[in-house]
Ligand binder design. Structure first.
Ligand SMILES: Cc1cc2nc3c(=O)[nH]c(=O)nc-3n(C[C@H](O)[C@H](O)[C@H](O)COP(=O)(O)OP(=O)(O)OC[C@H]3O[C@@H](n4cnc5c(N)ncnc54)[C@H](O)[C@@H]3O)c2cc1C
Length: 383
């Protein structure tokens, strides 16, 4: 039987950063998860798992020494954002200088963050069991390979299908949006000028996020959250036909705002979209990231919230009194209280935005387009 103070179950970005933040403060942490990181890619090769990283997440990643390892050439600062409603004239144009910040967010590949976190964890010599959690009973975790690990606190960072959460019998509420996100990198004829773009309409929600330019053109990441009708059309055709179909739709939706758009990724990834929520804590356990909540990606906030969980939980655990155990209910309740407030806000805002922008009622459509134009004028007048 292995013994440690804290187990972190799961090695996504949230689990890795939780383990790193605690280990840097000399806490006894063991990671239980398969150890896999994408190889570095070069020049015109970009992964399609892309995140918009907020200022607070950047600060946390800086604090734990991860941000500075990411090659500067793989980071794109978002200095503006154009948001369109169904009517092309209804749009909101935001810029970083209006908000008095140097950038609204950073766009970065998931693999770059993961590689940087793993490097720091290896340099620190953090204990890592390359296995998966498959059982739990009375403070002992059992892995698929038959290892038994006891700890004061088990942190579930094992994603939306968290095994640990299920083993603890923690209930979860799930709302299925009946939508799928299609993800691929694209090349645009026109320059994105470090702006992000979003189109809301009957086609769903299309987001184009700026990426570093390729040797042969301007690159963006496409996240198109769309309905089952479009997915059904794609299911009946081969990958080349899918690409042509999506490119045609993209050019229609964007009204060629960025000129002609072409998919450059070999594959188009798909994600089911759900709104999920469960308790942040259970007896001797805390949950972080998608293991505790999952949102619609329209606001690009899922990982940012997860990093907020990681930072908050680590700060609370590191502030414990010498006589307190890491699984102490007072510490766990404090974590749950702080994060519930933060996550509830984002949970309701993204769901409400989704309701407003997916509605087909003419009055709501009119109101949302008018609202976007109104906000745009208000922002312009304030400049
Ligand atoms: C289309 C789309 C676009 C998005 N864009 C953004 C964005 O721009 N910005 C943003 O902030 N968020 C975004 N998100 C949300 C973001 O992807 C998630 O919130 C984030 O990946 C959650 O990270 P995590 O570490 O909690 O979970 P995950 O990334 O799911 O990691 C969980 C880890 O646990 C491991 N694991 C699973 N089961 C076990 C087990 N039994 N034992 C051990 N290990 C296990 C897995 O292998 C995995 O490594 C987006 C989501 C979607 C669907």
């Amino acid at each position: 039987m292995n013994r440690t103070d804290i187990v972190v179950c799961g090695a996504g970005i949230v689990g890795l950063s939780t383990a790193l933040a605690l280990s840097q403060k000399k806490q006894n942490v063991t990671i239980i998860a398969h150890r896999y990181v994408d190889k570095p890619t070069y020049n015109d090769e970009y992964g399609s798992r892309i995140y918009a990283i907020s200022a607070s997440s950047q600060k946390f990643l800086e604090r734990i020494g991860c941000w500075s390892n990411i090659p500067i050439g793989r980071l794109t600062a978002v200095i503006g954002m154009e948001i369109y409603g169904d009517a092309y004239s209804s749009m909101l144009d935001l810029s970083s200088w209006q908000s008095s910040v140097s950038q609204l967010s950073w766009i970065v590949e998931a693999s770059e963050i993961e590689r940087s976190l793993v490097k720091e964890l290896i340099d620190l010599g953090v204990s890592w069991i390359d296995d998966r959690c498959s059982g739990y009973s009375d403070g002992i975790m059992i892995t698929e390979g038959g290892k038994r690990i006891s700890a004061d606190l088990f942190i579930g960072a094992d994603g939306s299908r968290s095994t640990l959460r299920d083993l603890a019998g923690v209930a979860r509420s799930v709302k299925d949006y009946n939508e799928i996100s299609l993800i691929a990198n694209i090349c645009a004829h026109g320059s994105h000028r470090s702006k992000a773009f979003q189109w809301f309409g009957e086609h769903g929600i299309l987001a184009l996020l700026p990426l570093p330019n390729l040797s042969f053109g301007n690159q963006l990441s496409m996240v198109w959250s769309t309905n089952q009708d479009i997915i059904n059309c794609l299911n009946d055709i081969n990958i080349d036909q899918q690409k042509s179909y999506i490119e045609k739709k993209l050019n229609e939706i964007t009204c060629q705002r960025l000129g002609c758009l072409k998919i450059v990724s070999n594959e188009i990834s798909r994600f089911n979209l759900t709104l999920e929520r469960s308790s942040f804590i259970a007896h001797g356990m805390a949950f972080v990231g998608d293991a505790a909540h999952r949102l619609h990606p329209l606001a690009g906030q899922g990982l940012n919230l997860g990093l907020g969980d990681a930072e908050s939980l680590c700060d609370i655990l590191l502030s414990k009194a010498p006589n307190q155990n890491f699984g102490d209910i007072e510490l766990l309740n404090k974590y749950s209280r702080i994060r519930s407030r933060q996550v509830s806000r984002m949970y309701f805002v993204t769901d409400a935005l989704h309701k407003i922008f997916s509605s087909r009622f003419p009055l709501i459509k009119l109101a949302r387009n008018y609202g976007l134009s109104f906000l745009n004028k208000a922002f312009s007048l304030n400049q």
